[in-house]
Design a protein around this ligand. Sequence first.
Ligand code: NAP
Ligand code: ZN
Length: 364
Amino acid sequence: MSTTRDTPDDSTYLARAWAARGARAPLAPLQIARRAPMPRDVQIEILYCGVCHSDLHYTHDDWHDTLPATYPAVPGHEVVGRVTAVGAEVTAHAVGDLVGVGCLVDSDRSCPICRAGRENFCPGQVLTYGSPDRHGTAPVTYGGYSSSVVVDEHFVLRVPRNLDLAGAAPLLCAGITTYSPLKRAGVGPGSKVGIVGLGGLGHMAVKLARAFGANVVVLTTSPRKADDARRLGAHEVIVSTDAAAMAAHAGSFDFILDTVSAEHDINSILALLKLDADLTLVGAPARPLALSSFALILGNRSVSGSAIGNIRDTQEMLDFCGRHGITADVEVIPMQQVNEAWQRLERGDVKYRFVIDMASLKAD
Ligand code: NAP
Ligand code: ZN
């Protein structure tokens, strides 16, 4: 059965969600409006949604100068669920399909960047939460801490059927955000790859880099994570506060991916790179990082950034994970425990991604 509407404003419906009403307000239940599916839309019953550190940064207004928060804020951009309705022109998805939605729900689709298949850099991109809502259903888009969502089919991904659904949810952000720069750097057999920070993104990066065939080294501030790092696929672990251990690896890495969510010293990390090699930042701390020119100059090194990944690569990553049986290590929680989970995430107390079981919303 399909449900379509001709115009964006002739109908909306109410969905359950949890929202923050201010930068330091706890998340609490809220009914939100969603648009009824339009011809190219897919309506999804959300089954699981991962908890990304970006949910905290955004909601706490850490990124005020770049992406100011609007309240109520409904976070969540690691969505998996089941299709419940499709618009008349939808061809890629059908009712009953298992699908995913990541950080993007729209882009202008016509600019040179979109035409090059790089929607994640489109100036007109619409983020899953916190972007102006083009359909006028709400002031801004509302994310996946919700019972359902309606998304243009281009931004809806197919989730391989063999993957555990809760474990697959974090692939939609943590997975693609690490897959994309690892792929771009060409890591594989023979390359020594460093992953800085063993959290949600970091543990996915370890699994993916290992599956690419690289020699994987975790750089962590948490010695207690060393055994987990090896279990997840690391060949070696360096405690980054151990100056002697860092010095022993100086100039030896082909590529390093930095997933750290807070201010930290990147100059000591740059010293680990080989001549001409690159450190890519995906972590997005609230404040700027200090960069020593000499850390770059003396080894002809570079530091770069990477934003999630495009839609084509996101599907490629999901299919890769399906073939290799890769999912996140998750702690599944009911929505009613989300505030405690956020506090634990801030303390680094998570192994290695919280995922909300959306069936718990029915208890509100
Ligand atoms: P997370 O699960 O909290 O992991 C962050 C890890 O960083 C921690 O587990 C910890 O690892 C390390 N860390 C935390 N504080 C630190 C400090 N003060 N000094 C050194 N290391 C510290 O967070 P996440 O969900 O993986 O997200 C990581 C970052 O990526 C966030 O800033 C998020 O907003 C950003 N992000 C960016 C993109 C993008 O497109 N670029 C997409 C998604 C997320 P150890 O205990 O191992 O040291
Ligand atoms: Zn994220």
